[in-house]
Write a protein that binds this ligand. Structure first.
Ligand code: HEC
Length: 162
């Protein structure tokens, strides 16, 4: 009997959490979901579904190295707004960031990093994102931009303790 009560309680908590979780994810304001599209200053508004998909993909495929927008093995090249903006070409917009995921280059844009960083151009080397569609690339890049533009702690080393 006790066991059933426990299972029931756990079930209620679980249902509540997933409800609150999706409610939060779906309540991102339009302003937060509006991100730079390209270097000429145009913007694009992602849907809540795209934002949610992007955060899920980020957790699955990027967070092990980029938790909180930091870059574990190379803290100088974080995913902060400033770091993305100063890369060449700039990566603080959807087109630039999608291009990086398809074909990553060094911070100065000079070297090809397709052998060193996950990307969709070499699915033979990076099977973890082999099945990414264009929409998936857009969603995960969109998630990074939403975070970089709305969370001052994202990728910002000075505000993070660990
Ligand atoms: C195994 C660790 C690892 C994983 C997994 C990883 N990255 Fe990275 N990422 C790095 C490292 C290291 C760099 C710095 C590369 C350099 O030296 O320029 C980097 C750099 C970047 C940059 C450039 C940042 C800037 O300021 O210019 C972007 C964008 C990026 N990663 C996106 C992603 C995305 C999106 C994913 C998931 C699909 C991902 N990364 C998965 C390690 C990783």
């Amino acid at each position: 009997m006790k066991k059933f009560v426990l299972i029931f309680i756990v079930g209620v908590i679980f249902a509540w959490q997933s409800f609150v979780g999706s409610a939060n994810a779906l309540s991102l304001s339009e302003e937060i979901r509006t991100i730079p599209l390209n270097e000429s200053g145009e913007t694009i508004t992602l849907s809540n579904q795209e934002a949610l998909k992007g955060s899920r993909l980020f957790v699955s495929n990027c967070a092990q190295c980029h938790i909180q927008g930091k870059t574990k093995t190379n803290p100088n090249v974080s995913l902060s707004k400033e770091a993305l903006a100063n890369a060449l070409p700039a990566r603080d917009n959807l087109v630039g960031l999608m291009d990086y995921i398809e074909h990553p280059t060094s911070y100065d844009g000079e070297e090809d990093l397709t052998l060193l960083h996950v990307n969709t151009e070499r699915p033979d080397l990076w099977p973890e994102i082999r099945n990414y569609s264009e929409d998936d690339i857009k969603a995960v890049a969109g998630h990074i931009l939403i975070q970089a533009f709305s969370d001052p702690k994202w990728g910002n080393l000075s505000l993070i303790d660990n």
